[in-house]
Design a protein around this ligand. Structure first.
Ligand code: URA
Length: 239
């Protein structure tokens, strides 16, 4: 990759600004000053420094966020804050986007990446990637509901869902449940409960395929996936 492209991609300025930076002699590749913007570097095998500081280059970024309520799962919006607004600038320069959507009021696991291929495969309806949600329901959830969900329920638009695996964690005037679904229809969890006459009052995604929400992340916090988590996600695709 050209050194000017690499530096510009990393947010060190426009191609023109980066050219000036190179001209100033601030950039070295393997300890040799590089002034030519056209010079190619291999970020994997060569060490690039700017004023003596090593520059890390990676093509893809994979972030796990504990999405807070009140924030949109989108890259930009004229009115509301988006999950991308919550990222540090050094992560925003990779131009990542959320993989799928959580409702504005839904919390929990959100994968944010610039790896379009991975995102596409994770979202493909053909892959049936399971997503598990924790929810609080406004009334008693019964074994009847468990059976109904196992068969698939008919949503308000007439669509019959694929089977959902419903577990009752606590049943009472309000119930705690876990629901695993393999589709991603608009407002799916809320509409599945609506189909059995109940209302979701709190919704949190706790896992997506092999990826589980890191419970040490506070709402709105995020971290890079570990290499192992990235591998798990990629392997998951081919199964
Ligand atoms: N189902 C919903 O109803 N909302 C979400 O945010 C995710 C799944």
């Amino acid at each position: 990759m050209r050194i000017d492209k690499m530096l510009a991609n990393l947010g060190y300025g426009s191609r023109k600004e980066v050219k000036q930076l190179l001209k100033s002699g601030a950039v070295k590749v393997d300890d040799v000053v590089v002034k030519d913007a056209k010079q190619h570097v291999d970020p994997e095998s060569e060490t690039v420094t700017l004023n003596g500081e090593v520059i890390e280059y990676k093509e893809f970024i994979y972030l796990m966020m504990n999405k807070p309520p009140g924030v949109l799962s989108a890259t930009e919006d004229n009115n509301a804050e988006t999950v991308i607004d919550l990222l540090e600038l050094e992560d925003q320069v990779y131009e990542p986007f959320p993989v799928g959507r959580l409702d504005k009021d839904t919390e929990g696991l959100l994968l944010i990446t610039n790896d379009g291929q991975l995102a596409h495969r994770l979202l493909s309806p053909k892959k049936h990637v399971p997503k598990t949600y924790f929810a609080v329901i406004d009334q008693e959830v019964t074994e009847e509901d468990v059976k109904a969900f196992a068969q698939g329920v008919v949503l308000d638009d007439g669509y019959k869902t694929k089977p959902g695996d419903l577990k009752i964690l606590k049943s009472g005037i309000r119930s705690d449940i876990e629901l695993t679904i393999t589709e991603g229809k608009f407002h799916q969890v809320k509409r599945m409960f609506q189909a059995v006459g109940k209302r979701v009052v709190y919704l949190q995604r706790i896992s997506m395929g092999p990826l589980a929400l890191d419970e040490t992340l506070e709402l709105g916090e995020y971290r890079e996936l570990t290499d192992e988590e990235v591998e798990l996600l990629k392997d998951y695709q081919v199964k």
